[in-house]
Design a protein around this ligand. Structure first.
Ligand SMILES: [Zn+2]
Length: 175
C-alpha cells in the first residue's frame, strides 16, 4: 500500500501514512456494507512473534464456529496488533450478538463496543495510529488480522466455470 510522499510502502510510524491508511481501510469496511459494527479489543499480551500463531488460532476458531453455526458466515474482523500486546480493531458482527462473539473467544479477554458506520474511521485510527500500533517495519502486513466473510469465492467460482463451459470447453486431463 502506498503511503505519503516520503514513504512507499506506508510507514506505520508516520502520522500521514497512518491517516491515509486508516481512511482507506475505513472506506473499504463501510463499502462492504457491514451490519452490526463494533469496536473490539483483545486484551492479549502478544509480541510480534506471538501474533502469527494468534492469527492462525483466531482463523481456526472462526472456521470452527462457521461449521457449527451459519450465523458466523458473514462475520468479519479487522484487527491490528498494538505495542501494548492488545489487538484493536473493528468487527462486523452481522447476525451475532456481542455476547455470542465474546463467548466464542473466552480464551482471550476482550471488550466489544457497538459503533455506527460514522465511527469506523475513528476506531481504525485508534488501532493504527503511531504510538499505538506495534512496530514491525514498513507496511501493515505483519501486524494485521483480517477475517473476511465466508463463501465469497465459493459463490463466485461455479458461475465462472459454467460460463467457461458454454463458451469454450475446459480440457479434460486424464491420468
Ligand atoms: Zn509517511
Amino acid at each position: 500500500m502506498r503511503g505519503c510522499r516520503r514513504h512507499r510502502p506506508s510507514d506505520p510510524h508516520c502520522p500521514i501514512c497512518a491517516g491515509r491508511y486508516a481512511r482507506r481501510v475505513a472506506r473499504s469496511i463501510v463499502a462492504s456494507k457491514p451490519r452490526n459494527l463494533a469496536a473490539v479489543e483483545f486484551k492479549t499480551d502478544l509480541d510480534i512473534g506471538e501474533f502469527d500463531p494468534f492469527r492462525v488460532a483466531v482463523r481456526n476458531l472462526i472456521d470452527f464456529q462457521r461449521r457449527e453455526c451459519r450465523w458466523w458466515r458473514d462475520f468479519r474482523l479487522w484487527g491490528w496488533l498494538s505495542s501494548d500486546g492488545h489487538v484493536r480493531g473493528v468487527a462486523a458482527l452481522d447476525a451475532l450478538q456481542p455476547d455470542e462473539f465474546v463467548d466464542a473467544f473466552l480464551r482471550w479477554p476482550m471488550s466489544v463496543r457497538r459503533i455506527g458506520v460514522e465511527e469506523v474511521e475513528a476506531a481504525v485510527v485508534a488501532a493504527v495510529r503511531p504510538g499505538v500500533i506495534a512496530s514491525a517495519g514498513r507496511g501493515y502486513q505483519q501486524v494485521k488480522l483480517v477475517i473476511g466473510p465466508k463463501g465469497v469465492a465459493r459463490v463466485a467460482a461455479p458461475v465462472i466455470s459454467v460460463q467457461r463451459r458454454v463458451i469454450e470447453p475446459m480440457p479434460v486431463l486424464v491420468g
